[in-house]
Design a protein. Structure first.
Length: 535
């Protein structure tokens, strides 16, 4: 499956058509991610609207490529570049295709300059929340919005007033805070963040009023269909569910909950502890530990994982070792529970990346082996109700049946857990350190209200040691690399600029509270050339 559109080849067109079938739509939107720290929030806003949005590479996608795709609409995000001192790479002919465009911050400045408007460095830059005064709330982009509404601004350049396009809104320091010219709409603020109270309405207006989209991913109907299928298939039998507390397994078990209403047979959720993060276990206990419709069992498999991982240095081998323990535990627990069915939150994406075919049956290269794909279960029928869904489609199904938003919007985390965040062999010491470092890091991100400002974070336990002083002696301590990224879908990423005070505080906690750690470092390399996870 395509993560980011780079060139429109026959293969790319085939993959787009395949995903359209999965999403049950003939419509597509293109998001040109220009490098804003909020790019992932734009994607999430469009996903919640139920439209199919594909991230596009502004450096390589041309007007000819866009014409072949024929999107309903185009969104250009903000970014760190300046159109008058350091113009970002982009084919400006895309603006002339008569396709509706919504430019956000830098994206607005890009089409404004393309038309001949003057974009200059502002005497008064705007950061934080400002009051947006909308000239005409009957304008399609602002339909249903208040005349004055709070918006988040984060920019140093401004568009000077001009006669070229119509000004739709302003703030104290931005006389042109929103504008329109024919098929081009632009806003200087960020509608994708929660501080812009009516930003969601603006995205809805762009997609459905301006672009004329008709298709929303039919989450409610899909949920009803999946529940009916599960009810018929499962009947009064017991079902064992592999539960991680992430969006996919949480949505799967909520579907099963609805399917089992009024029926006999029990639901038992198995949470496997050992290579997980403390945050994962905490969420599972909070949301599933005291519910009358599911029995939760936490299996501590730390020792089993350590035995299986002993001597494994290559990541592919470590992934397979983890998968084997995962399989054996679920098989054993299903037998003890008397379950006829076993359920996983496996997505179409997981199957595809593990080499599963398209709907056409064509084979694919193996990108990485997922722990929840290609199991042979003895005397068990596997249930994967989300196997025909991609991530955002599954999330929307979850929303339609009441899965808590906290479970749906957690940071993505690899199935093999902390195995992929330990350099070299996984042993008792490195695993304990990895769990404790992760606990401190996530805890502080939430405390500082930074968790949802980034796409994903992590900490790597390296094989590198450094001389350090703890007490009166010079000792060797492990180096920990912490990282955080801004991304849209994980295909590309850039290092997030977390506050220095926060990073220093996290460093102090990690080095003071974990005896074996001698130093922390912050990774600045993005993807490419690096990958997000070391494994």
């Amino acid at each position: 499956m395509l993560d980011t559109l780079k060139r429109v080849s026959e293969e790319a067109l085939q993959e787009i058509e395949e995903e359209k079938k999965i999403r049950k739509t003939d419509e597509i939107f293109l998001l040109f991610a220009m490098g804003s720290q909020f790019d992932h929030l734009i994607k999430q806003s469009l996903e919640k609207s139920g439209v199919f949005c594909m991230v596009s590479d502004p450096k390589s996608v041309t007007a000819e490529d866009v014409r072949k795709i024929a999107p309903k609409g185009i969104i250009l995000s903000g970014g760190p570049a300046s159109v008058h001192t350091d113009p970002p790479p982009f084919d400006d002919r895309i603006f002339d295709l008569d396709i509706p465009v919504l430019g956000i911050c830098l994206g607005f400045q890009m089409w404004a300059k393309h038309l001949g408007a003057s974009v200059v460095s502002a005497a008064k830059r705007e950061f934080n929340i400002h009051a947006l005064s909308i000239t005409d709330v009957t304008e399609e982009l602002f339909y249903g919005c208040e005349h004055v509404t709070p918006v988040l601004q984060s920019h140093g350049d401004i568009i000077e007033p001009n006669h070229i396009f119509r000004v739709l809104a302003s703030t104290d320091n931005s006389p042109v805070a929103a504008g329109r010219y024919k098929n081009l709409w632009g806003v200087q603020f960020h509608p994708e963040v929660t501080e812009t109270i009516q930003g969601g309405q603006m995205f809805e207006n762009f997609c459905f009023r301006i672009c004329g989209a008709k298709d929303r991913y039919p989450a409610e109907k899909e949920a009803e269909r999946k529940i009916a299928e599960l009810r018929e298939k499962v009947g009064d039998e017991n079902v064992l569910v592999a539960l991680s507390g992430g969006s996919d397994s949480s949505t799967a078990i909520y579907l099963l909950k609805e399917a089992k209403k009024g029926r006999k047979g029990k639901i038992k959720a198995i949470y496997i502890k050992g290579v997980d993060r403390p945050d994962d276990e905490a969420y599972v206990k909070e949301y599933f530990g005291s519910r009358d419709w599911v029995e939760l069992k936490i299996v501590d498999a730390t020792e089993d994982f350590l035995v299986a991982l002993k001597g494994k240095l290559v990541m592919k081998e470590k992934r397979r070792a983890m998968k084997g323990i995962y399989h054996d535990i679920l098989q054993r627990e299903a037998k003890l529970f008397g379950a006829k069915f076993i359920m996983q939150g496996t997505l179409y994406t997981d199957i595809s990346e593990t080499g599963g075919g398209y709907q056409s049956g064509a084979t694919k290269a193996v990108i990485k082996e997922h722990h929840n794909v290609n199991h042979d279960w003895d005397d068990l029928v596997e249930l994967t109700p989300l196997a025909d869904c991609v991530k955002d489609g599954g999330r929307n199904i979850g929303r339609s049946i009441g899965v808590p938003e906290d479970l749906l919007t957690r940071h993505p985390f690899p199935g093999p857990g902390l195995v992929v965040r330990i350099d070299g062999e996984v042993n008792a010491q490195s695993l304990a350190i990895a769990r404790e470092v992760d606990r401190i890091y996530i805890e502080e991100l939430r405390r500082w209200n930074l968790y949802y400002t980034v796409w994903q974070v992590g900490a790597v336990v390296t094989n590198t040691t450094t001389t350090c002083t703890k007490g009166d002696d010079a000792v060797k301590g492990i180096v920990i690399i912490i990282w955080a990224v801004w991304s849209v879908n994980g295909f590309t990423a850039q290092a997030a600029e977390l506050p220095n005070d926060f990073l220093k505080h996290v460093d102090r906690r990690i080095t003071n509270e974990i005896r074996e750690v001698g130093a922390t470092a912050y990774r600045l390399t993005g993807k490419p050339p690096s990958t997000i996870e070391i494994g």
